[in-house]
Structure formats: structure tokens, C-alpha cells
Design a protein around this ligand. Structure first.
Ligand code: PRP
Ligand code: URA
Ligand code: MG
Length: 207
């Protein structure tokens, strides 16, 4: 099992403070979450292998680089789309797979309602995206589906996590590294992260 990587970059922490604030509008929430996702993604991809390429500059030939393997981003619907919007401009060639999971509001158990997974999963570097890791039920279920479809190299990026969700991931998927901007105190009686930021999907989409 690997320890979660908590991204302490000062800009990440400033964007995180903005999305936590109750008075932040959906418009600003989107903007800050997109920036924060980009910072987390840059950290999470820092170990990806590259292949050398030859590049002709206006002056000379030099060595360049390209990613050695295909990259697949998998937002967990809905709120994971907020991370995708920030990340995709960095890797426009990435394939985007979707997993739809909604927590039951009474039981907090994940209900999987949609999946669209590409055949390229086995050879790809796969980035599972969700702003919130609360009980961990949604991320564990999404990772299960990805592995069942052949994914072998999965990384989870979640903006706000907590000990309960991290423990669930470590127990169920100890091979999956987790990148997060914060490990919060824990869950309240409704399984919301405290202090957290509330319902990420509702805040991002204004519902
Ligand atoms: O770790 P868990 O306890 O499973 O909770 C986290 C999940 O809850 C939220 O999604 P939600 O179910 O609210 O769906 P939504 O994105 O459609 O709002 C969040 O985006 C995660 O997917
Ligand atoms: O705190 C939480 C927990 C689950 N889902 C959210 O959006 N926020
Ligand atoms: Mg929600």
C-alpha cells in the first residue's frame, strides 16, 4: 500500500480555500476547481514514462519527448467532470471514459448507473477523477469496474479526502496511488466530509 500524496503547493491550497468557502459562486467554484485539478494532475503524471522523439526547431534538430503509453481520464459522473474540464486542455489527445455513480442519500452506498469504457484500458495510464473521497464507496466501485475492464495502471485524483475514504481505498485497491489536496477530519452523520466543501456536484453545476 502506498501513502496518499497530499499536494501542498501554495497555489493548490489557495484554490482549495476558495472552493471550500460557502459564499463562492458556481462560476468561481468552477474556475478554482479547474485550476486545482490541473495542479493535481501535473503532480500525478510526474512519473509517466516518455519516449524520445526528434524535433526540428527553426534552428536545429533536437530531442523531444512524447508519452510512452495512451492516457485515459475517467471522471466519475457528475462531479468528476469538474476535474476533467481543468485537465483536458493539458492532454487533448487523452481518451475520456465515463463511469456514472450516485450515492444513495440515505445509505451513502454507491449506485452505479452508467459506464462507457474503452478497449485501450489494459495498455493505458488511467486517471480516475472525483473531487470527493468520502466513504470511498464510489471510488472503490469505479476502480473495480476499471480493473474488470482490464485497467492495470490506475491513479486516483481526488481534491478532498478523509481518513475513512483513504482507508477504504487502501483496503480494497492497495495498488492505486491517491493524489489529493487535503485529508480532512472525517465524515459527519450524513457521510459528508467535514470541513469539506459540501456537495461538489451541486456546487459545480449550480443545482
Ligand atoms: O466516497 P463516497 O462516500 O462514495 O462519496 C463521494 C461521492 O459522492 C459525490 O458524488 P454524488 O453521489 O453526490 O454524485 P454527483 O456527482 O452526481 O453529485 C462525489 O462526487 C463522489 O462521487
Ligand atoms: O462531502 C461530500 C461527500 C460526498 N459527496 C460530496 O459531494 N461531498
Ligand atoms: Mg453530489
Amino acid at each position: 500500500m502506498q501513502q496518499p500524496v497530499v499536494v501542498q503547493h501554495p497555489l493548490a491550497q489557495c484554490h482549495l480555500a476558495a472552493i471550500r468557502a460557502v459564499g463562492t459562486s458556481s462560476h468561481d467554484f468552477r474556475r478554482h476547481l479547474n485550476h486545482l485539478a490541473r495542479i493535481l494532475f501535473i503532480q500525478a503524471t510526474s512519473g509517466l514514462p516518455v519516449q524520445p522523439t526528434q524535433v526540428q526547431t527553426p534552428l536545429a534538430q533536437t530531442q523531444g519527448a512524447q508519452l510512452a503509453r495512451p492516457l485515459v481520464c475517467v471522471p466519475i459522473l457528475r462531479a468528476g467532470l469538474g476535474l476533467l474540464d481543468g485537465i483536458l486542455p493539458l492532454v487533448p489527445e487523452a481518451v475520456v471514459a465515463h463511469v456514472g455513480i450516485k450515492r444513495n442519500e440515505e445509505t451513502a452506498l454507491p449506485h452505479a448507473y452508467y459506464a462507457n469504457l474503452p478497449a485501450s484500458l489494459p495498455e493505458a495510464d488511467v486517471f480516475l477523477l472525483d473531487p470527493m473521497l468520502a466513504t470511498g464507496g464510489s471510488a472503490c466501485e469505479a476502480a473495480r469496474q476499471l480493473k474488470e475492464a482490464g485497467a492495470a495502471r490506475i491513479t486516483l485524483i481526488c481534491v478532498v479526502s478523509c481518513p475513512e475514504g483513504l482507508a477504504a481505498m487502501a483496503r480494497t485497491h492497495p495498488d492505486i496511488p491517491v493524489f489529493t489536496a487535503a485529508i480532512d477530519d472525517g465524515l459527519n452523520e450524513r457521510s459528508y466530509i467535514v470541513p469539506g466543501l459540501g456537495d461538489a456536484g451541486d456546487r459545480y453545476f449550480g443545482t
